[in-house]
Design a protein around this ligand. Structure first.
Ligand code: ASP
Length: 355
């Protein structure tokens, strides 16, 4: 029989091991909250091989229940923010979602947040949250290209991987992440490149990491200022200023630019050809609107590459802003946040350089 002193020694040693070795003994799973907004990941079709389907049919509890494996990674609870196709994403949902993420992230017992979303506008919502969410905790978005009822639906594994990344403290401090098809994208970089392929998202600027069946590897941090390091906040904000995107093309005139100004735009983003270029007629119309105080940003309809200041267009003379690395859709939302207060053109150009 073990002597009393020896038994006592082993009892103390075992208690010490429990204290210093995380996960040893009874492990506590991280608490992850799932915020569902809709999209194809919650979509349904009438058969498993049918192309036609409707986004946003499945509720958050059903979505969580469909991936029971994820419950081994984290203690999950869900909230339904909206249930829409992300082509219908709007300011009301954005403000509600951003506020809820900030509230949840401030709760000491919430370790991570997963947001399910449609693929059409996930890059915009991710970048918006990246600029207005104030936390270093993992905020991870995910989506699917195939509806939940499809043969080889991609949603369940994407969801599982998103939960794994949200439950992984190494994911924190990298800005808002998007986990889809085994890749971990940063919000500033990712862009949708195929209307139908499962491997639709690419990160031309750089990928943050990979995740295979829940096993995540992180290579780097985010591109541009984000979350706690962002100067933007939604405190006291109930509406965002109107900014429209106009695409450039052969023989473009200034009529759509004038129409955008007449519609009440505070800013206009041009999805230019090449390095943010457009016809002389369009440039003249843009310079006119700039003189009237409408902020005009030159971006590009080309998927990769930077739009530089004063390259082929004299931005200084015409009073224009160059979008730098941002796509037209991301430039638009950065401008909407920047225009929440009065700023000089120099300050606006700084913002496009830093975010
Ligand atoms: N139209 C869908 C949406 O964005 C597409 C998808 O989720 O893949 O909600």
């Amino acid at each position: 029989m073990m002597k009393r002193a020896t038994r006592k020694f082993w009892q103390i040693a075992f208690a010490a091991i429990l204290l210093v070795v995380p996960g040893f003994g009874q492990s506590k799973l991280p608490n992850v909250v799932v915020l569902a907004t809709g999209g194809t990941i919650a979509g349904a079709a009438s058969s498993d091989v049918q192309a036609a389907y409707t986004s946003g049919q499945v509720g958050v509890d059903q979505l969580i229940a469909a991936v029971p494996q994820a419950k081994k990674l984290a203690t999950l609870r869900g909230e339904q923010i909206s249930n829409i196709g992300s082509q219908d994403m709007n300011d009301e949902v954005w403000l509600k979602l951003a506020r809820r993420v900030n509230e949840l992230a401030a709760m000491p017992d919430v370790e991570g947040i997963v947001i399910t979303h449609g693929t059409d506008t996930i890059e915009e919502t991710a970048y918006f949250l990246n600029l207005v969410v104030k936390t270093k905790k993992p905020v991870v978005m995910t989506a699917a290209m195939r509806p939940s009822t499809a043969l080889s639906a991609d949603g369940p594994l994407n969801f599982y991987n998103a939960v794994a990344v949200a439950a992984n403290q190494a994911a924190g401090g990298r800005g808002v992440l998007v986990v889809i098809n085994d890749w971990v994208h940063g919000a500033a970089s990712l862009t949708k490149t195929s209307t139908t392929a499962v491997q639709t998202f690419l990160s031309p600027l750089r990928l943050i990491g990979t995740v295979a069946y829940g096993d995540a590897e992180f290579y780097r941090g985010p591109v541009g200022r984000n979350t706690l390091d962002s100067e933007f906040s939604l405190d006291g904000v109930s509406a965002l200023p109107r900014v429209d995107i106009i695409e450039a093309y052969e023989n473009m005139d200034g009529k759509l630019i004038d129409a955008a100004a007449a519609a009440g735009d505070k800013g206009i983003v041009i999805a230019g050809v090449g390095n943010g270029n457009m016809t002389q007629a369009a440039l003249a119309a843009l310079a006119e609107e700039s003189k009237k105080g409408i902020v005009c940003v030159r971006s590009s309809r080309v998927v990769t590459g930077r739009v530089g200041r004063n390259v082929e267009v004299d931005d200084d003379k015409l009073g224009l802003i160059a979008s730098e690395d941002l796509s037209p859709q991301k430039a638009r939302l950065l401008l909407r946040l920047a225009l929440l207060r009065q700023r000089s053109l120099a300050d606006l150009q700084r913002i496009f350089q830093e975010y």
